[in-house]
Ligand binder design. Structure first.
Ligand code: ZN
Length: 133
C-alpha cells in the first residue's frame, strides 16, 4: 500500500458557521464552501493548507458519528486522513495484516473521494481515514 500524504485533519465542531472564523479570519485559510454527505450525516467544510487541508465536520443528525464524538469528547480532532494511491489495494493489504477496519469496502466521501475508516482499536486510538481522489 502506498500512502502519498496527510490529506486532511477532520475536526468535529458544533457549528461550521461559528467555528470557521478562527480558520479563515485568524489563520487566513481560504474557505471554499460546505458539502453535505448525507450517508455520513455530516456537513463538511475544507480549508486548504499547503499540500493538506483542515476539514471541519458538523453533524446533520443527533445520532450521527460527529454528534456522538462531540457528546463523548467535545469538539476536537476526530480523524486523520491519509491519501493513498489505490484504496482497494490498501484495504486488501490491511485485511491481510489483520488490521480491524470499520469499512470493508470504500464508500463515498466529500469531494467525490473514495474513503474508508480503520478501527481506532488498531491505530492507538486514532480514527484513521484512507482516501483516494
Ligand atoms: Zn475526512
Amino acid at each position: 500500500m502506498k500512502i502519498l500524504k496527510i490529506d486532511h485533519l477532520g475536526i468535529a465542531v458544533k457549528s461550521i458557521d461559528a467555528g470557521k472564523a478562527f480558520w479563515t479570519d485568524i489563520l487566513g485559510l481560504p474557505f471554499i464552501g460546505t458539502e453535505t454527505v448525507a450517508e455520513q450525516k455530516v456537513t463538511t467544510a475544507f480549508f486548504p493548507v499547503g499540500e493538506s487541508e483542515v476539514e471541519l465536520l458538523e453533524t446533520t443528525a443527533p445520532d450521527g458519528p460527529v454528534a456522538k464524538y462531540i457528546e463523548k469528547r467535545g469538539e476536537g480532532i476526530q480523524h486523520v486522513a491519509f491519501r493513498v494511491e489505490n484504496i482497494e489495494e490498501a484495504l486488501a493489504f490491511l485485511k491481510e495484516k489483520g488490521v480491524a477496519l470499520i469499512d470493508q469496502v470504500p464508500r463515498k466521501g466529500a469531494g467525490g473521494a473514495k474513503i474508508a475508516f480503520l478501527h481506532p482499536k488498531a491505530t492507538n486510538g486514532v480514527l484513521v481515514e484512507l482516501c483516494e481522489r
